[in-house]
Write a protein that binds this ligand. Structure first.
Ligand code: X8Z
Ligand code: ZN
Length: 596
């Protein structure tokens, strides 16, 4: 009996193989047309649900968004699996690229079992909600939001107050630990269903090269900028030690994480007053200027829009102003973490931000609008190509414009009466380096941690310890109080519970200097790059638009070439920009230890 079944099966197998028709290019094209139409439809539905949820975090909106997301992700996964029947078929380049992207643009792959797919989307929605609703409540019952705690970290110089804010925010994340652990299992299962080793393998495969090569690229870029970071670190440590004393800041060890002016120690410009070079401080403070002028949130956004229109881009649509969220509502929970949306894949552009009147948010507004103008520029592309060349490009566009917020630009706006003398450039460069250079190791380590978690190299028993090991290795910072596995510090950073890959920001911090260098040249700027502004240059705008409108239709080196003529990412753009500062820093720290 057994033998007969086997023989039959073998025969049947051979028969199906012999008669199965090889799919044609026309069938592949028609399959892809259907996929694009359906994914566009489900994507728009999911976006509307997610918009409402992020603006009103409630029990019901979590259910609605989680269902809509599940429908989109499950369909995407199904299509990606069905698409394997066209494997090996010779396709025109555009179509072949769409088939590749069908898999590679999934950042949250759901398991095949519908129950598990549902569980995964519920978990991610819930984690995001916990973060959005997060507050630190003191024993006396008073509660503080992330915005309030961040304001303390930015402006207080009292180590006790800083410590309370730092520790306080980290009380919101231990409750995510269980969900996060399960999310790792489920999303990994989804990634394996698509043929990847784990979720990190899927994420790193989305850069037009094998994942391993991409990781080597990251190492290369980090090696280029590391000496600059180490000089900045040593200088800041020296200055903080002068301010807080040897008891608080070690001479040659890591910097305590609560002293750097930011909740995650990712950007440090809020402590610029503590480290400013006495003789070359440019002497203006954008936060103070904005506040003195009584700039309101809408006006802040108008300045950002005006920068884009000065380059030749069309103004934002009326619906942008009607539908965006600009300030933190007092009566409900919202996700305050800034984001930019295009709800209909055409022109329903919006930002969602809890704007405060300060320089940080002035820059963030440009960042967000960069997303919106990119989204609009590529809206003629087919669904599969609605995206940036790689995810770092999307993050780099607004930042590129923000690099043009030079003293000259502030004079043009009427914010400053005159430009500071070039002898003050050290101060200008240092202030920018505190954001851009300080960010680099942070931008790198979040996913270094997640990739280890996804691969199983880091297990739940050592989540927090592995996190701080990487914070030490890359950033040279240490927690101000002992941490343990009862904590879940990665969860206190938005992108971890929200499942947003983070390497994009590291790339953006390199790319924006390449973009700036190229566009400044296009705008005919010949002076030093930190004084170059592309404001008002239609030529630079055209060049930028050439890249933006390509969307995701070409491999990213081609998009980069369209803007800059270069075909690889190059951190020398960062090194060149900050070269005068590096020399100055090294002079300041010549008797100081470097490293930690
Ligand atoms: O998340 C963001 C943007 C939205 S894409 C506000 N950024 C990263 C962060 O806040 O951690 C911008 C820079 C890094
Ligand atoms: Zn962004």
């Amino acid at each position: 009996m057994r033998g007969i079944i086997c023989t039959l099966l073998i025969l049947f197998g051979a028969w199906t193989h012999a008669t199965e028709k090889k799919p044609t290019v026309a069938e592949a094209q028609s399959f892809m047309d259907d996929v694009e139409a359906e994914l566009a439809r489900l994507g728009v539905e999911a976006s509307h649900a997610a918009w409402v949820n992020a603006n009103f975090i409630t029990y019901d909106t979590e259910i609605l968004t989680s269902k809509a997301t599940e429908r989109l992700l499950v369909a995407n996964m199904d299509y990606a699996k069905q698409a394997t029947r066209f494997d090996g078929l010779e396709l025109p380049a555009d179509l072949a690229r769409k088939f590749k992207l069908l898999k590679l643009t999934i950042t949250l792959p759901t398991p095949s079992d519908p129950k598990l797919a549902e569980e995964l989307t519920q978990i991610t929605t819930r984690m995001k909600g916990v973060y959005g609703k997060g507050r630190y409540c003191r024993e006396d019952g008073t509660c503080l939001s992330l915005g309030e705690l961040s304001a303390t970290l930015a402006s207080s110089r009292d180590p006790e107050a800083l410590l309370e804010a730092w520790q306080g925010w980290r009380t919101i994340s231990p409750e995510m630990r269980k969900d996060f652990t399960r999310y790792v299992e489920l999303a990994n299962q989804g990634a394996r269903d698509l043929g990847f080793k784990d979720l990190g393998d899927l994420w790193t495969s989305a850069y037009d090269m094998p994942g391993k090569d991409f990781q080597a690229e990251l190492d290369r870029l980090w090696t280029q900028v590391k000496p600059l970071y180490e000089s900045l670190h040593a200088y800041v440590r020296m200055k903080l030690r002068q301010h807080y004393g040897d008891e608080v800041v070690p001479k040659d060890g890591p910097i305590p994480a609560h002293l750097l002016g930011n909740m995650w120690s990712q950007t440090w410009s809020n402590i610029y007053p503590l480290v400013a070079p006495a003789s070359s401080d440019p002497g203006y403070d954008l936060t103070a200027i904005l506040q003195e002028r009584k700039t309101d949130p809408i006006q802040m956004v108008k300045y950002g829009e005006a920068f884009f229109t000065s380059l030749g881009f069309e103004p934002l649509p009326d619906t942008f102003w009607e539908r965006s969220l600009f300030t933190k509502p007092q009566d409900r929970d919202v996700v305050c973490h800034a984001s930019a949306w295009c709800l209909d894949n055409i022109d329903d552009l919006r930002i969602k931000m809890c704007i405060e009147i300060n320089d940080e948010d002035f820059i963030t507004i440009h960042h967000e609008l960069g997303h919106n103008f990119y989204q609009r520029a590529y809206n003629q592309q087919p669904t599969m190509f609605l995206g940036s060349a790689n995810d770092g490009f999307h993050e780099a566009v607004g930042d590129t414009l923000a690099l043009s917020i030079t003293p000259k630009y502030l004079v043009d706006l009427g914010f400053l009466n005159e430009e500071p003398d070039p002898s003050k450039d050290t101060g200008l460069l240092l202030r920018l380096a505190l954001d851009k250079v300080a960010f680099l190791p942070f931008g790198l380590l979040i996913d270094q941690w997640r990739w280890k978690v996804f691969s199983g190299e880091v297990t739940p028993e050592s989540y927090n310890q592995a996190w701080w090991a990487l914070r030490l290795k890359y950033q040279g910072i240490a927690p101000p109080v002992t941490r343990s596995e009862a904590d879940f510090d990665p969860g206190a950073k938005y992108h971890v519970p929200a499942n947003v890959p983070y390497t994009r920001y590291f790339l953006a911090h390199v790319l924006q200097f390449q973009f700036h260098r190229a566009l400044a040249k296009e705008a005919g700027q010949t002076g030093p790059l930190h004084r170059a502004s592309i404001y008002g240059s239609k030529k630079a705008g055209e060049r930028l638009n050439t890249m933006l409108e390509m969307g995701l239709s070409q491999p990213w080196p081609d998009a980069l070439a369209a803007l800059s003529g270069e075909t690889s990412m190059d951190a020398n753009a960062v090194i060149d920009y900050f070269a005068p500062l590096k020399a100055w820093l090294d002079e300041q720290i010549k008797d100081q230890p470097k490293g930690w």
